[in-house]
Design a protein around this ligand. Sequence first.
Ligand code: 2P0
Length: 350
Amino acid sequence: MRAEQPATLKPPQEQGAAPAATAVAHPNIALIKYWGKRDEQLFLPRTDSLSMTLDIFPTTTRVRLAPEAEQDAVTLGGRPATGEAERRIVAFLDLVRERAGLSRRAVVDTENTVPTGAGLASSASGFAALAVAAAAAYGLTLDATALSRLARRGSGSASRSLFGDFAVWHAGTATGTATEADLSSYAEPVPAAGLDPALVIAVVNAGPKAISSRAAMRQTVDTSPLYEPWARSSTGDLADMRAALIRGDLEAVGEIAERNALGMHATMLAARPAVRYLSPATLTVLDSVGQLRRDGIAAYATMDAGPNVKVLCRRADADQVAAVVRGAAPQGSVHIAGPGPGARLLNEGG
Ligand code: 2P0
């Protein structure tokens, strides 16, 4: 296990030059899902969640303060950000500015390496990289825990991408002041022993989502009679998952992850109106995962707010699993990921 953590950030030391910082972060896939907020303003979740950070598809973000500018200038992949994407990034910068006691605008340039249209969310890696880069550029000295809290305010799942390998995001306390609640909800590394896992990612449909995960989780919490039972069972799943990770029991990790994900999708199917992300191609891949198990390969599926399937298996089996999944979804693309590093600051110019 790598015990990689971002270093404590120091205020920028540039003399004369506008402070700038660049950070890189990787996506994560939840094995115990985050689905439902109890506070939309502070991004406080209903339940704890737990994920594996990937070693593929990093996001690199540079934040440079622009003393003369009247507005933030944000590019994604070299193109100006617009609409909701721009609004969320500017709102996040406002939060950082408020903490830093600075009003200066910024130039933000973000490069995602997820293949275009791969249908994989980049908000986790995106807001983790933005949190690290913006905190450094605005001179906030934050440790990894505080950075995970900050990243949470951009996108809940981003809190987990601060850390490498496996991370848990605590829902935090449901009582007390807003400040106490905010402080109580952060991510931290989770110990795991002897696992050599891979996630085989089957992209079965690269199209845009019919409904955003943010809207879908709200609709589920508000209307699904299955939501509370799933949230309760997720607490038990998390405890079981921690124990399985410490034992290095890949079969148990996979079984728990699969049941937690299927339960989350059941809550959505019972929402009014129903939210259904799973497509016929998703089910075909799930059938192939079941067949792999019957053939003696430890392979377990998890799905997020979309039709794509991520298959947890041993690293040694990943090529075989990828071949079977590719056969089940020949119209899609398949990627193999291992456990990846936490978010980190890059040296400017180095
Ligand atoms: C997760 N997902 O745990 C879950 C499982 C999707 C399904 O985190 O509203 O983009 O920005 O906090 O983090 C997707 O939700 O939502 C997500 P916001 P986010 O990975």
